[in-house]
Design a protein around this ligand. Structure first.
Ligand SMILES: [Zn+2]
Length: 158
């Protein structure tokens, strides 16, 4: 009986050691808490860099030299752009705030191993700040539908 009592006491000593290990673990938790603070600091710096960009629409294009009061201008208005980016040339700029863009491309015909010329015409929104006229090469980007036929906007004059 006496020997059995001694063994539990030995276990108790081991239990005392375990909390000591827990104390050593607590400082590690504190270090973990400080680590997220560092990441939050980097996030703040990223936000600051975005605010510095100012006119940027999130795409690598040169911003227009002029300004406009068009609410559907991606640079000076509130029109978000997303989706496809295409290149083409202006066929007509006669409409108010809208231009006709033609895009030529080649498509391979598998059976004859030849290329076929194809083209599309797009009605696109034409913000006045870009100063786009007939014959210009332009880059257009998809946006929300502005009318029945218009769901692209000119973002760069090349
Ligand atoms: Zn503009």
């Amino acid at each position: 009986m006496v020997t059995k009592k001694e063994t539990p006491s030995g276990k108790e000593k081991k239990k005392d050691e375990v909390p000591a290990a827990g104390d050593s673990a607590q400082p590690k938790k504190e270090t973990k808490k400080t680590a997220p603070k560092k990441t939050s600091g980097t996030k703040k710096s990223k936000k600051a860099s975005k605010s510095d960009a100012g006119l940027s629409i999130g795409i690598d294009v040169k911003p227009p030299e002029g300004t406009c009061t068009d609410k559907d201008c991606p640079f000076h208005g509130t029109l978000p752009v997303r989706g496809q980016i295409l290149e083409g040339y202006v066929v007509s700029d006669k409409m108010q705030g809208t231009a006709v863009i033609k895009r030529d491309y080649m498509r391979k015909i598998q059976k004859y191993e030849r290329l076929e010329k194809r083209s599309n015409k797009y009605l696109v929104h034409n913000p006045s700040c870009l100063g786009v006229v007939t014959g210009d090469n332009v880059k257009i980007m998809e946006c929300r539908p502005l009318s029945k036929m218009v769901s692209f906007v000119i973002i760069e004059k090349m």
